[in-house]
Design a binder for this molecule. Structure first.
Ligand code: ADP
Length: 475
């Protein structure tokens, strides 16, 4: 763990094991922290806050650009650790490192643009001034599916705003977090500004984060169930909170879309990270006129995808994170097939030869999916593309919005009016229009409904770490 600028062991001296999901082998053992260690880390962040929050934006930007430079110089090492620990193919891991580094640079620049305002008053002798200041100590909890970019997406804006932070990464991927903190240390970020507590059991740490009076704000990325629970705990102590939770993204292929182009996009975005992404499409709503061509192209491409270790050449489908993830996918696919879905390709755990010791599932396409199937409502977090046919253009928006989630949505259409209509009508926070990667450090990312609160990235991403103060001034 990394507390107050020093590497340390937990008070209990306990450790836990980390495994490679591609072969089940143990790769490391890591400090198993408890609420006692979390408290020490929060105290360190609290002590560092007065001077860090008073440092100039230019000073804070320098630390972030240092970290950005070191990070890019370590791109290959970071990517290899990610592939070993999380499983994604090496090329995808490198892309994630680049995306993660972008946040450090973007927020280094944005630190200098935390502008205030002077507002006119209805009284001639009065002016209003508006000032934005760091909220204080931030406690962050991150997931395993994007184990580096989810860290910088929180730490970069928090530090740029003048906050100090304590991070608890996911228990499946602490090594990526440890590697990032080596970078923060080398970037000379002052003691106590960034702190890392690793733990096998997240619950006591979450309780400490949400109840400790020094913590002003919680930022969480993970499941909706845990996010809601943390929001309740944080609410009882009136802590600010941002939540980036689950999704159930629709991918709409309109009557006027090119079904082959749409299917190519679908094959790329659905199977990215083996479907383990909150913005992964989970319902392909395809117009009758495009249905057969879409399925043809998609299934041909999917059948050719190579599954295996992320270190093997040509592999695009890595392992799922654990057996529980495989079981969930299996349950949804079996349920859909029992209720009449057509299995076009895939549909089983892969256990032959070199895949035997890992958690592999064949990339799967299911056609004729209907609303009575589990997969129509539940987030899958696995490599399954469920396809639903629709007839009536007036219905599809309501079908897409018929979910408790509201994170990402995708639309393929060549009609500009329809694209605008969809953009305005979809109750989702991130919308790809003929585009499968609507994310960037510069663009707000976040959801509606059960997909969360607040935004990460872009200008709104730094506002999450700032309080707004108003002064009325008599002149
Ligand atoms: P997943 O099911 O995808 O692993 P989780 O929401 O369980 O999603 O995990 C996301 C992050 O939330 C991880 O860092 C995990 O350790 C953490 N987490 C899980 N349960 C709790 C909890 N009760 N309190 C605080 N953090 C938690």
């Amino acid at each position: 763990m990394y507390i107050n600028g020093a590497w340390c062991t937990p008070k209990s001296n306990a450790t836990f094991d980390v495994f490679n999901p591609a072969n089940g082998k143990k790769i490391a053992n890591v400090a198993d922290g408890t609420e006692i260690d979390a408290r020490l880390a929060i105290d360190a962040a609290g002590s560092a806050f007065p001077s860090w929050s008073k440092s100039t934006a230019y000073q804070r930007a320098t630390f972030l650009t240092n970290a950005h430079r070191i990070m890019l110089s370590r791109k290959d090492v970071l990517a290899e650790i990610m592939t070993i620990e999380q499983g994604k193919p090496l090329k995808a891991a490198r892309n994630e490192v680049q995306y993660a580094a972008d946040f450090l640079l973007w927020y280094a620049e944005e630190a200098k643009r935390i502008n205030g305002e002077i507002l006119p008053s209805a009284r001639p002798d009065q002016r209003f001034m508006v000032l934005h200041q760091a909220v204080g100590v931030v406690a962050a909890v991150t997931p395993w599916n994007y184990p580096i970019s989810m860290i910088t997406r929180k730490i970069a804006p928090a530090l740029a705003a003048g906050c100090c932070i304590v991070l608890k990464p996911a228990e499946a991927t602490p090594l990526c977090a440890i590697e990032m903190f080596k970078i923060f240390k080398e970037a000379n970020i002052p003691n106590g500004v960034v702190n890392l507590v690793t733990a096998k059991d997240p619950k006591p740490i979450g309780e400490e984060f949400t109840t400790n009076p020094t913590v002003a704000k919680i930022t969480f990325t993970g499941s909706t169930a845990v996010g809601k629970m943390l929001a309740c705990q944080a609410g009882a102590h009136m802590k600010r909170i941002s939540l980036e939770l689950g999704g159930h993204a629709p991918f709409i292929v309109c009557e006027d879309a090119d079904p082959v182009h749409a299917a190519k996009g679908a094959s790329l975005v659905k199977f990215l990270n083996t479907g383990q992404a909150c913005i992964s499409p989970n319902r392909f709503l395809v117009h009758t006129s495009a249905y057969d061509a879409f399925i043809d192209t998609l299934s041909t491409r999917v059948a050719k995808m190579k599954t295996g270790s992320g270190f093997e050449d040509g592999v695009s489908i890595g392992p799922l994170i654990n057996q529980a993830a495989i079981d969930k996918v299996n349950r949804q696919v079996t349920d859909a097939v029992e209720k009449g879905a057509k299995l076009i390709t895939g549909g089983m755990q892969l256990t032959e030869g070199r895949l035997a010791d890992g958690h592999f599932y064949a990339p799967t396409v299911l056609a004729d999916v209907t609303p009575d199937m589990l997969i129509y409502r539940e987030e899958t977090f696995g490599p399954v593309a469920p396809i639903i046919k629709y007839d009536d253009n007036d219905d599809v928006l309501a079908m897409a919005n018929d979910t408790t989630y509201g994170l990402a949505a995708y639309v393929y259409t060549q009609n500009l009016g329809r694209a605008m209509h969809m953009f305005e009508g979809l109750r989702f926070g991130i919308i790809g229009i003929n585009d499968i990667n609507p994310t960037s450090a510069a663009a707000p990312f976040g959801g509606m409904k059960d997909s969360g609160l607040g935004r990460e990235g872009g200008k709104p991403g730094i506002m999450e770490y700032l309080e707004t103060k108003t002064a009325g001034l008599s002149i």
